[in-house]
Design a protein around this ligand. Structure first.
Ligand SMILES: Cc1cc2nc3c(=O)[nH]c(=O)nc-3n(C[C@H](O)[C@H](O)[C@H](O)COP(=O)(O)O)c2cc1C
Length: 337
């Protein structure tokens, strides 16, 4: 099964991605955190840096675009095509109120007719332009806003288009990241024909979760992992049957990310606070070292941070594998496929 690294705004920028590819090769595809297409027809400096080919050499990378107007999306798509990208992804999942209220991300899912009209105009635009013809478009979607029964209408719309892939995160926007994915809303996609590859996303924390999805939904072509891969950067290798990550590998990955931040971010404490964010995910890899992990969160200076990290890596014990969770998700046992 192919394994993708999920886009995670604020974390999986090019510095994280490059460190990840260097230490843990084998992830089949990466997605950028979303870049915003607006009427200004310009991206922020940070967004341009993140998609720049100079920062992504040799990566199988798909830029993700947040948009709800076809002309703005097409402008962003042609920016990416000019950089040499062969596929772009549309974000239909972001539940953050500031985004969703504007009818973008998961907010777009409220109105399947408008989404249908948008996709029709986008595909016409791609076909009509010499430079855009052949550019792949994939979608990353939640299964509804309030209730996963909304998924059926959304799937009906998606099936009308030659998507290069549909990535399904079977939670509603209302659920944010809480609870377990509703697997029945994922299963229902396979009740109809399957005109394009399908990727499953949501709560893949370990090998058992991946195997469970593969067994229960054999129509699945790829797995995308977000928090699971932030927690355990060696997850892809485990999912593909390889050895669990080792402490020296994690140390090497940590140092590469930290060094990358030191080179581009203004001031050591900005780097430290970005690293602390990463530790909110990686901290649970050290279940018996709560105090040592806490010392990292408490660090108020660069030397304090470095000392706390040294102590954790010097004396902590790593437990990357995680317990099976997905088999207990709604719809897990009722799946007929
Ligand atoms: C901090 C954070 C940032 C995220 N940023 C994005 C994003 O930029 N684009 C996107 O499609 N999803 C984003 N997501 C959602 C993840 O890509 C993924 O769909 C979600 O975390 C569920 O997968 P997981 O259970 O493997 O984490 C974000 C999630 C988190 C927690």
């Amino acid at each position: 099964m192919r394994v993708y690294a999920a886009p995670m705004e604020g974390v999986t920028g090019y510095i994280w991605r490059n460190a990840h590819r260097a230490v843990f090769p084998g992830t089949d595809r990466y997605f950028t955190p979303f870049v915003v297409a607006t009427y200004t027809r310009s991206f922020k400096h940070k967004e341009k840096e993140d998609v720049s080919p100079a920062h992504n050499q040799g990566a199988d990378l798909v830029p993700q675009i947040l948009a709800n107007k076809a002309d703005e999306f097409l402008w962003a798509a042609s920016y990416m095509a000019d950089l040499g990208y062969r596929e772009v992804n549309l974000n239909l999942g972001c539940p953050v109120p500031m985004v969703a209220r504007k009818g973008k991300g998961s907010g777009f899912l409220k109105d399947p007719d408008a989404l249908d009209a948008f996709l029709e105009e986008v595909f016409e635009g791609l076909e009509a332009s010499d430079s855009l013809r052949g550019l792949g478009l994939s979608l990353k979607t939640r299964t509804g806003v309030e209730d996963s029964s909304e998924a059926e209408d959304l799937y009906r719309v998606y099936r009308r288009y030659p998507l290069s892939e549909l990535i399904i995160h079977p939670r509603t926007a209302r659920m944010l990241y809480k609870g377990l994915p509703d697997l029945s809303s994922y299963a229902s996609f396979f009740e109809g024909d399957k005109p394009f590859p399908v990727c499953y996303n949501g709560d893949i924390w370990g090998r058992e979760d991946a195997d469970f999805v593969g067994r229960a939904f054999p129509g699945t072509d790829a797995l995308m992992t977000g928090r699971g891969m932030l927690r355990n950067p060696g997850l892809t290798r485990e999912l593909k049957g390889g050895q669990p990550m080792t402490l020296p590998e994690l140390r090497c990955f940590h140092d590469l990310v930290f060094q990358g931040y030191r080179e581009v971010l203004p001031g050591p404490m900005v780097c430290v606070s970005r690293m602390k964010e990463l530790w909110t995910h990686m901290g649970s890899l050290f279940p018996g070292s709560g105090k040592k992990v806490k010392a990292i969160y408490k660090a108020k200076s660069l030397p304090e941070y470095e000392a706390a990290v040294r102590i954790l890596f010097g004396t902590g014990t790593l437990e990357p594998s995680s317990r099976l969770r997905l088999s207990g998700a709604p719809g897990a046992t009722g799946n007929p496929y």
